[in-house]
Design a protein around this ligand. Structure first.
Ligand SMILES: [Zn+2]
Ligand SMILES: [Zn+2]
Length: 765
């Protein structure tokens, strides 16, 4: 009897249902779990749902228990389980463990998978003559390939992606169905026989060659120093040989992109080392699954032609993100300039039928493929500073980005005007969407509205309230005004700070926020941009700011930093000193007359403009091609070994003023003495860092948060961290959410959610 009882016990069965939420789709999680379940002789099923991944396992009690306890160790590396729910299930009579089709129901609660750069195993196959994928440029597997960019709708299933139009051949189907194959349930599985292909066309769209031949002609174009257009993963790109001055100059001319730095693609980390200085984190970042463009300090002796990054000591570098890029680089031996295919200011082109003749003629040859791009996405840009990765542009591989911001009401935050991006909460999850771009023209505004619509549909949102910037003239604010939905506004710099609070998980705290950026609409109708805000997630008090100065000619000063320089000197040393500056070679007497006119010279406290003016004084920069160029050049010039600093005085008052006039006077003295610009540049950065750190210490032990585009400046951030070290207060540096306006929407959303939570609490009390 005893013996019988034991047998019964070991044979008793149980069934458990698990729901996993977080980063669970598009990373090979279902195949990995199915393999583990089969290994344990368990039956059941697993499926993707809008709520994540749902699975039922059934078998001997002990086996089910072991399956559950050891499950985490069997998940793919990329998995991130945020929530795990477990319920006992009834036995269902499964005969094996199956992966079944997904279900869509209600607002999406699971993360949308991000695009993944090609993995090393796929590259090995592509370069193996004996492999059936030898030379196939659209190879992918369960661990790599397009995701977000090909998704039509969630959950992530082949039938709901652009790959649905390519039925699997027998060999690919075998891989897809075989639990032991590394392409088991790879939704993007394809080969040359059944998948999308490549071909080349000339600049009029005329078909030239297909397959290997097309790739060879593309390589030849690059080797001849001509411009190649490539249909990449999330849109079209333009490529040229980065060592050829003529090629790069030609690209700039045709694309009408002057001054702005261009990104590079290199064959390997080893090749990157010949162009830039890398630390271990940066090396890992380059070859990680997101494979963003990493901003790195350039070597002066590299083979890259100087017009790739004029006036800057930074280079944006990435590794090949797809097998197509990798094959091109194998043949050209890189480095190549890789930039998005658009005319300056226009959105990224991604639909072949919508490429206009003017853009078509930019490239000498186009390399096309027919894998649909459902959602256009640019390359991401990141930079390491103070041992942290800071997102400069949230896009391929990083977006959509999950935000830790629970809210059950649907909300859409519209972002700003430059570097626009959307953030939303659909009642189940919150995300920050990919970079769209500056909303200066009709085409980019249309793209922005397309993305709004597309994200709303993807996340299953019908109605939502809107949140926008308080600037009345932003396109996003004006668009929001025209909608019938309810609308609330958030002050620009408060949004930057709350984005930083969200990044740190500090939404429940009071912080001192330092918001340094170009320009934002202030509460007093002036232009803010050098603000210290005592902030909670719902309110703020402007406790200090940079001393204001006139911006002669208003917006024109953004592109003409010499105007700011004159204004700063006039404030610090008087008009007479300003009139003797001689920055442009022209008389500035008439110009000085408008400097005190509120109408022609609006006042600003902008840190970005202070950088511009100082760059003009120190480097003699008179004009900038894009906003922030002068500031970037100033950072590039810093002599890191210099330990001196210029003085900024903390002028008592409400608010306190950071008076930079002594700093400007010292710059003028150093200029007269012939002090090296690199030394002056460093003294300016350190002076600003010291003054802000000193001011912060008055609020210790309150945490400090940095926000705004000025904090893309590695030198400033690292000096600030150094000066801040003795302050005895926590410091929240930027990270995943971009500190620039690309992160604004995340801050707006967090303010709106916090306002709702506050009301909720008010009601309960
Ligand atoms: Zn792969
Ligand atoms: Zn196939």
């Amino acid at each position: 009897m005893q013996r019988q009882a034991i047998t019964d016990l070991t044979e008793s069965k149980s069934a458990v249902q698990l729901t996993l939420n977080g980063r669970v789709q598009g990373i090979g999680l279902r195949p990995a779990i199915a393999r583990w379940a089969r290994e344990m002789d368990l039956v059941g099923c697993i499926k993707n749902t809008t709520g994540g991944v749902e699975l039922t396992v059934e078998g001997c009690v002990s086996a089910v228990k072991r399956f559950e306890t050891e499950l985490d160790a069997h998940l793919p590396q990329e998995a991130c389980i945020e929530k795990r729910q477990r319920t006992q299930s009834t036995k269902s009579g499964f005969t094996g463990f199956e992966i079944i089709g997904g279900e869509a129901e209600g607002p999406l609660a699971t993360q949308v998978p991000t695009d993944l750069a090609v993995c090393s195993e796929c590259l090995a196959e592509v370069s193996d003559e004996t492999n059936r994928r030898d030379g196939y440029p659209l190879t992918s597997c369960t661990h790599c390939g397009p995701r977000y960019s090909i998704i039509q709708s969630m959950p992530y299933e082949r039938v709901q992606t652009g790959m649905s139009e390519f039925p699997l051949c027998d060999l690919c189907r075998d891989e897809y169905q075989s639990a032991t194959d590394r392409r088991f349930h790879a939704q993007t599985n394809a080969c040359a026989a059944c998948g999308p292909g490549i071909w080349s066309t000339d600049s009029t769209g005329q078909h030239l060659a297909s397959g290997r031949e097309a790739l060879q002609s593309a390589t030849a174009v690059l080797q001849q120093g001509k411009i190649l257009g490539v249909r990449g993963l999330g849109g079209y790109q333009l490529l040229v040989d980065a060592t050829s001055e003529t090629a790069v100059a030609n690209l700039r001319e045709r694309k009408r992109r002057f001054g702005k730095p261009l990104a590079l693609m290199v064959t390997s980390v080893e090749q990157a080392e010949t162009l830039v200085f890398l630390n271990n984190s940066e090396r890992r970042e380059l070859s990680g699954p997101a494979a963003p463009i990493v901003l790195l300090r350039a070597r002066t002796d590299s083979s890259v032609t100087p017009s790739v990054n004029p006036g800057l000591n930074l280079l944006g570098v990435m590794l090949p993100t797809t097998p197509l890029h990798w094959l091109l680089l194998q043949q050209c031996l890189g480095p190549l300039v890789v930039t998005s295919a658009n005319l300056e200011g226009e959105p990224l082109a991604y639909q072949s039928e919508r490429i206009g003749d003017s853009l078509k003629s930019v490239a000498d040859l186009w390399l096309e493929h027919d894998r649909p791009i459902e959602r256009p996405i640019d390359d991401s840009v990141v930079r390491w500073m103070a041992r942290r990765r800071v997102t400069i542009r949230l896009a391929r591989g990083l977006a959509p980005c999950a935000l830790d911001l629970p809210c059950d009401e649907p909300l859409i935050a519209l972002g700003g005007h430059q570097k626009a991006a959307l953030a939303l909460c659909n009642g189940r999850q919150s995300i920050l969407g990919p970079h769209v771009g500056d909303l200066e023209n009709l085409a980019s505004r249309e793209r922005y509205q397309d993305q709004l619509q597309a994200l709303q549909t993807l996340y299953g949102m019908e109605q939502a309230s809107f949140v926008c910037d308080s600037h009345p003239n932003y396109f996003t604010s004006q668009w929001a005004e025209q909608q019938s939905a309810s609308l609330e506004t958030v002050q620009h710099h408060h949004a930057h700070i709350v984005a930083g609070m969200l990044e740190q998980g500090w939404l429940d705290k009071q912080v001192l926020g330092i918001a340094f950026d170009g320009t934002g609409w202030g509460d007093d109708q002036t232009i803010w941009g050098g603000e210290l805000l005592l902030s909670t997630a719902t309110s703020y008090e402007r406790v200090a700011h940079l001393r204001t100065f006139p911006l002669p000619g208003g917006e024109r000063a953004v592109r003409e930093p010499w105007r700011v320089a004159v204004s700063l000197v006039a404030q610090a040393e008087g008009k007479r000193a300003a009139s003797q500056l001689n920055l442009t070679g022209e008389s500035i007497e008439p110009f000085l007359k408008i400097i005190n006119s509120e109408r022609f010279s609006p006042k600003t406290s902008s840190a970005g403009r202070l950088f511009d003016g100082v760059a003009s004084l120190i480097l003699g920069v008179t004009h900038a091609v894009f906003e922030g160029q002068a500031a970037m050049m100033l950072e590039s010039h810093c002599d890191l070994s210099e330990s001196g600093s210029y003085e900024i005085v903390l002028q008592a008052g409400k608010p306190i003023q950071l008076d930079w006039r002594p700093l400007v006077s010292q710059i003028l003295k150093d200029r007269a003495r012939g002090v090296a610009p690199s030394v002056m540049a460093m003294r300016f950065h350190r002076g600003l860092a010291q003054a802000v750190a000193r001011l912060c210490s008055r609020y210790a032990p309150m945490p400090v948060v940095l926000g705004g585009g000025v904090f893309q400046n590695q030198c400033l951030v690292e000096l600030f961290v150094e000066e801040f070290a003795d302050n005895q207060q926590p410091l929240g540096l930027p990270g995943m959410i971009p500190p620039n306006d690309g992160g604004l929407a995340a801050g707006q959303l967090a303010v709106a959610v916090s306002r709702r939570n506050q009301k909720e609490i008010g009601r309960c009390v």
